[in-house]
Design a protein around this ligand. Structure first.
Ligand code: GLV
Ligand code: MN
Ligand code: MN
Ligand code: MN
Length: 421
């Protein structure tokens, strides 16, 4: 709503697209791989530098900045009634290896620009407005997605497991966080948890990461629900041995067990009969990784999702059964089958959907109600706040690769829809 001034004046305001374009490019330069790819992994030097950059932008927008013990960053514009629950927005800026510069970033830099627009307009918020930059939406380093928002929403399981979580280099989560300036001794990770009701609403702006909006020429996607994600880690152990000397009948090849399981994942996903069920083996590591050595260990990580939680759980059950059967048939050991997360889907709040419909009508923008097949920090914010998401089109639906692209016009439309809603 508009507490001051004329809605028409707000409608005619323009988004600072030049600044926003420049900021997206500057932020993309904090990367461990060369442009156009972006790789920005949590608590690395590049991540710390990018955080500094964003905190400066927040301060430049007049926000007061707070960081919690895991590095969730909060930029607050204090309202005239500061005791009321704030209206919040935000997203992430960590980038998986060799990805693009828009995933997450649009929702962070776009939100800061939305604040700048509102300030230029002379808007005086009643409720405080808060931008949240979430720590580690991507599971790249510590294997768990939406780490920051999962904690904010009070995941006891994660609070417990983080005490013993390590990365692939065996660096503990706590040491990595300390390296980046967080989780200092006096900081108890459980202090991160937000009380339900802290926010009156939470809205995330994000690129669609799918092709629908662009194909249909629709400007704005209004998310009605976020699909239910799960991830699983599997280890097989076999006998290994010499690739020439051990004859085929005498092998217990852990690598072939993994290959067979990867195909079983595809089969079980397709058996669901629904286009909405998906499964991916994105990590497959063989040990010792030599051409002339039979793999003695194989490690897989499996991502599976569905808008229907029960159907996704059925797929997980079948994958588990296949892992047992394959190990048995091949005489290898299934040394680990760990469900890392098995999250329910989340529904957007009806009143936020309505507000976004009204905003898109006022802006004369075409819109589509749609589900999000990707997960987002909003999945967890929905546990403690009414939640909504705005999608903008992206080139051919590309995401999680360097070709990811959204036009400034589409980004600006998203920013407008956000501040109007
Ligand atoms: C998040 O990046 C996802 O995989 O949906
Ligand atoms: Mn992503
Ligand atoms: Mn994202
Ligand atoms: Mn995501």
């Amino acid at each position: 709503g508009y507490p001051v001034g004329e809605p028409d004046a707000l409608l005619s305001l323009s988004v600072g697209t030049d600044d926003l374009l420049k900021q997206i490019d500057e932020l993309a330069a904090f990367s461990d791989t060369p442009a156009p790819s972006v790789t920005r992994v949590i608590y690395t030097d590049k991540d710390v530098a990018a955080r500094r950059y964003v905190k400066n932008l927040m301060k430049g927008a007049g926000l007061s900045v707070r960081e919690d013990a895991v590095g969730n960053i909060f930029g607050r514009w204090v309202g005239s009634e500061p005791d009321l629950p704030a209206v919040a927005t935000g997203s992430h800026m960590d980038a998986i290896p060799y990805s693009g510069k828009y995933d997450g970033v649009v929702g962070v830099l776009g939100a800061i620009e939305a604040i700048n627009v509102l300030r230029r307009y002379g808007f005086k918020p009643k409720r405080s407005l808060e931008i949240v930059l979430f720590t580690s939406e991507e599971p790249t380093r510590f294997g768990i997605s939406c780490l920051g928002s999962r904690l904010l929403a009070g995941s006891e399981e994660l609070l417990k497991s983080l005490k013993s979580t390590v990365d692939a280099q065996n660096i503990s989560f706590l040491d990595a966080a300390r390296y980046a300036g967080y989780a200092q001794d006096q900081d108890d990770i459980s202090s991160v948890v937000l009380k339900k009701g802290t926010y009156a609403s939470f809205v995330e702006l994000h690129i669609e990461q799918g092709p629908i909006l662009e194909e249909e020429g629709t400007s704005i996607g209004i998310v009605t629900a976020i699909a239910a994600p799960a991830s699983i880690k599997v280890d097989f152990e076999g006998g290994g041995g010499h690739a020439g000397a051990v004859l085929m009948p005498n092998r217990n090849d852990a690598g072939l067990a993994a290959a067979e399981l990867a195909l079983a994942v595809e089969k079980h996903v397709l058996e669901s009969g629904s286009i909405d069920t998906v499964g991916t083996v994105g990590i497959l590591d063989l040990h010792p990784g030599a051409i002339n050595s039979i793999p003695s260990k194989a490690h897989l990580e499996i991502d599976t999702r569905d808008i229907d939680e029960g159907r996704r759980n059925e797929v997980i059950k079948k994958i588990h059964q296949s892992a047992f059967r394959i190990a048995n048939n091949r005489g290898v050991k299934l040394s680990e089958f760990k469900i890392v997360n098995q999250d329910p889907p989340a529904l957007s709040d009806e009143s936020i959907i309505r507000a976004m419909e009204i905003a898109s009508t006022e802006l004369n923008l075409s819109r589509k109600l749609m589900i999000s097949r990707a997960y987002h920090d909003s999945l967890f914010m929905a546990r403690i706040s009414p939640m909504g998401m705005i999608f903008i089109p992206c080139y051919k639906g590309y995401s999680h690769k360097p070709e990811e692209y959204s036009s400034m016009e589409d980004i600006a439309n998203g920013v407008k829809a956000y501040y109007l809603a």
